[in-house]
Design a protein around this ligand. Structure first.
Ligand code: ARG
Length: 264
């Protein structure tokens, strides 16, 4: 190694150390984000009615909730888009302030990220074609299933020992079913209902069906990095108030949904 490349290597090492320590110490307090003037959230807008794209805007239940949270905190909402399986790592490393993507609280994730209080309750559902012999969870044992990468649908199928293929977006997981690549698609219930009804409107001759048997019960919350407990405390107070005063229920109603509040 030449002297010059050794110097370059040392400079790079110092830089990466600085970046690492910078991340670890960038605590998001209420005061810090108010000074910054905004909060940056990441989402995967392939999850209606929680988040989807309307032209280039991300819209949905969670955006409505976050617009209110940001109003109350006195900051602007800055929305970034990324694949679902990149969101929690980006939260953990401090690249973004919060993950807002219909994220279910689960024990494994709780080791890595700090969840807010949950704001609703969902479940994993099974979607099949109308001609499918699959009518319940027990029929999935020897079948091929599609799921979105990094989701609880994926970990649920893994836990059950099912054969599954993971797709980066929910639309691709749906297409795997409609094109006959897989026999079933596992996805969160409310999104299943929304995506299936949109699909069936366009394809009345070959509709999809959401089976009535739920596979899990999962509370949704927002994910922050550990170290941000003070800010999350303020956000929890806002979420709890929005649950209690019916704000969240009325947002669900706006999207034509019945609201199930989570157990805390
Ligand atoms: N609730 C599920 C999970 O946490 C799925 C979330 C998928 N979200 C999305 N925006 N595509 O894994």
């Amino acid at each position: 190694m030449t002297k010059k490349s050794a110097q370059l290597l040392i400079a790079l090492l110092i830089l990466s150390l600085l970046t690492l320590t910078g991340c670890a110490s960038s605590e998001l307090t209420l005061e810090a984000i108010q000074k910054k003037g905004s909060i940056t959230i990441a989402t995967s807008p392939d999850f209606p009615p929680f988040e989807s794209l309307e032209n280039t805007d991300v819209v949905g239940i969670e955006l409505d909730i976050w617009n209110i949270i940001c109003d109350k905190l006195g900051v602007e909402l800055d929305v970034r888009q990324m694949a679902f399986d990149s969101i929690l790592p980006a939260v953990q490393t401090g690249k973004i302030d919060a993950g807002v993507a219909g994220i279910s609280i689960d024990e494994k994730r709780q080791k890595n990220v700090l969840f807010t209080d949950p704001y609703c309750l969902a479940a994993q559902a099974i979607v099949v074609t109308s001609t499918s012999p699959i009518t319940c969870k027990a029929d999935l044992a020897d079948k091929n299933i599609s799921v979105q990468s990094g989701t609880t649908a994926e970990s649920c199928c893994m836990g059950e020992g099912y054969t599954f293929s993971s797709y980066e977006s929910n639309n691709d997981a749906q297409m795997a079913l409609t094109s006959g690549k897989v026999d079933a698609w596992v996805i969160d219930d409310l999104t299943a209902a929304e995506m299936v009804s949109a699909y069936n409107e366009d394809n009345p001759g070959s509709p999809l069906i959401v089976l009535p048997e739920a596979m899990t019960s999962e509370p949704y919350a927002f994910a922050f990095a550990y170290g941000n407990e003070e800010l999350v405390g303020h956000i929890n107070a806002i979420i709890d108030e929005m649950i209690e005063d019916g704000t969240i229920a009325s947002i669900f109603e706006k999207y034509g949904l019945i609201y199930f509040s989570p157990e805390k």
